[in-house]
Design a protein around this ligand. Structure first.
Ligand SMILES: [Zn+2]
Length: 149
């Protein structure tokens, strides 16, 4: 930081003290807010709740944008070939089937989504009836898909 910027920052802090306020900087939006010391605790709680909500919305949108749905094994394999992402697919619930999917595609089961679509038809890999719709994820270079915004 240069001398001019340092002096300006010091003037800003002095003004904050005169106004009995503090400067809050949000890391998620880069927004800076002058907040009165009076009521600061309540305002911080409010901002933290807002940050939490914003981060969750971003994460859900990111996940949804990178999730595809597969009904056939060929489509499933194609969706996961060489690129990270999530695929929802019906699964019979068999550990052997899960292991074969991992061998064939490197994809592992990430979770059973909350409020999943009803499992219909047969498992994406075998002919057994589907018990669940699960979210598969391919893990490349030993790391989960973390291309967060
Ligand atoms: Zn199966």
């Amino acid at each position: 930081m240069g001398n001019a910027r340092r002096a300006a920052a010091a003037r800003d802090r002095a003004q904050d003290i005169e106004k009995s306020q503090v400067l809050l900087a949000r890391r998620d939006t880069r927004e800076k807010l002058g907040v009165p010391i009076d009521g600061l605790a309540a305002r911080v709680v409010e901002l933290l709740n807002d940050i939490q909500r914003t981060l969750l919305e971003r994460a859900v949108a990111f996940r949804d944008e990178h999730t595809q749905q597969a009904d056939t094994y060929d489509a499933f394999k194609q969706m996961l070939e060489g690129r990270p992402g999530f695929v929802l697919a019906p699964w019979c619930g068999s550990a052997a089937c899960e292991a074969q999917i991992k061998t064939d595609t490197q994809a592992t089961i990430r979770n059973i989504p909350m409020n999943p679509p009803k499992a219909e038809g047969s498992c994406v890999r075998c002919d057994s009836p589907a018990e669940f719709v699960v979210r598969f994820e391919i893990v490349l270079v030993g790391r989960p898909f973390q291309g967060r915004p």
